[in-house]
Write a protein that binds this ligand. Structure first.
Ligand code: FES
Ligand code: FES
Length: 163
């Protein structure tokens, strides 16, 4: 067993893990963060997507020991008790998702994109979501929601520069 210490959603967490434990299993089974889903377990579906040091990562492919000392954000880290994250809110408002299985990974991939590139083109959004499979809705409404969040951010930045 190896001891790992990492930051998860802003909190320092420690666990003892076996060498083959994935980050996904550590999050779900040790830390009770079940928002990230186990789909294919081989890096194909994106249901397990989390952010590690600001980048989206398939947590089924990363070993827990590789996450030692890193900063991890899961879907549970986005909303506060008072309000949803703007991406969650817009996905809800626009009816962009039909299930809770692909949704967390898709929203995390969108967040990683917007953190790095606050004003992405449609093509950049499609590229960012390319590793996240949805078998039911199609992607148009998801892309619409991400664009709406980007637009709102742009409007805020413009208002800030005028004020
Ligand atoms: Fe990780 Fe499918 S469960 S990519
Ligand atoms: Fe989840 Fe399509 S909305 S698989």
């Amino acid at each position: 067993m190896a001891k790992v210490t990492l930051t998860v959603n802003g909190e320092a967490r420690t666990a003892s893990v076996s060498p083959e434990t994935t980050l996904l299993r550590l999050l779900r089974e040790e830390f009770g963060l079940t928002g990230s889903k186990l789909g294919c377990d081989v890096g194909d579906c994106g249901a397990c997507t989390v952010m590690v040091d600001g980048k989206s990562v398939n947590s089924c492919l990363m070993l827990a020991v590789q996450a030692d000392g890193r900063d991890v954000v899961t879907i549970e880290g986005l909303a506060t008790m008072e309000r949803l994250h703007p991406l969650q809110q817009l996905f809800e408002d626009k009816g962009s998702l039909q299930c809770g299985f692909c949704g967390p990974g898709i929203i995390i991939s969108a967040k990683a994109l917007l953190d790095e590139n606050p004003d992405p083109t449609e093509e950049e959004i499609r590229d960012a979501l390319a590793g996240n499979l949805c078998r039911c809705t199609g992607y148009s409404k998801m892309i619409e929601a991400v664009r709406a969040v980007a637009r709102a951010g742009r409007d805020e930045r413009t208002a800030g520069s005028v004020a």
